[in-house]
Design a protein around this ligand. Structure first.
Ligand code: GSH
Length: 248
């Protein structure tokens, strides 16, 4: 029997999890991946709640930290500070990286997540939500495109946790139905990151190791599971969530 990997990343194959896997690969750390069956409510079990009472992935269990850590931005920050990479030690560049990490955490992730949600509902059933979040998504994609128009990376003058955090969400531009050609600078930036060996390896591992469990979890999800997953209760009108089964 081999020793378990010292670090465990709990998650699913989503951008917030992939960004942490990218960081672990960039740092050359050994880690194990642990799938959490979110559609079946595993995030609400006592075992998972002990790791993160918010019931969300990713969670990183890193013996070097000594307690489980949730929230992908905080995890990136921990790893960057501990290993002193991908975040300048001091000076304006450090705070610029933090600024763009916060933009990703507070706007890019949540807003693109909302658009993803409205896209899975039956076509034309929610024109306001679809229109609102589609328009916010477009504004954010344009902001990223403008940001990297005359600079190589999102913040400072080096690849950083701001790029690592933003990249997996920026990859949603195709599935969100936007024409990449209209975002040429973002395309150049995305391709540079996608070509990094650590990024390829992280995606290969997360999609590879989670693919079977993820397909099973989605396929087996009952309407009740989907209501719980999307936080629908008697306060929220019923929705047809079957589109989630067709999402890639
Ligand atoms: N702000 C959090 C968001 C985490 C999040 O929304 N995770 C989703 C998957 S990407 C999740 O755990 N969903 C399960 C649920 O909401 O019950 C982060 O960046 O870590």
């Amino acid at each position: 029997m081999t020793d378990p990997a010292p670090i465990t990343l709990y998650g699913v194959s989503s951008p917030n999890v992939i960004k942490v896997a990218i960081m672990l690969e960039e740092l050359g750390l050994a880690y194990a991946l642990q799938y959490v069956a979110v559609f079946q409510g595993e995030q609400f079990t006592p075992a998972f709640q002990a790791l993160n009472p918010l019931g969300k992935v990713p969670v990183l269990v890193d013996p070097a930290l000594g307690r489980p850590l949730a929230e992908s931005g905080a995890i990136l920050f921990w790893l960057a500070e501990h290993y002193r990479q991908f975040l300048p030690d001091h000076g304006p560049d450090r705070y610029e990286v933090m600024q763009w990490l916060m933009v990703q955490m507070s706007a890019i992730g949540p807003m693109l997540g909302q658009f993803t949600h409205f896209r899975l509902l039956p076509e034309n059933s929610q024109p306001y939500g679809f229109g609102r979040y589609g328009s916010v998504a477009e504004t954010l994609y344009r902001a990223i495109d403008r940001r990297v128009a005359d600079r190589e990376w999102i913040a400072g003058d080096a690849y950083s946790i701001a790029d690592i955090a933003t990249f997996p969400w920026a990859e949603y531009i195709d599935r969100h139905g936007f024409d990449q050609a209209e975002y040429p600078h973002m395309k150049r930036w995305r391709e540079a990151i996608a070509a990094r060996p650590a990024v390829r390896q992280a995606k290969e591992r997360v999609f590879g190791e989670f693919s079977e469990a993820s397909q099973r979890s989605v396929a087996d999800a009952t309407p009740k599971d989907l209501d719980r997953f999307f936080g629908r209760s008697e306060k929220v009108p019923e929705q047809d969530y079957s589109g989630v089964k067709r999402m890639r």
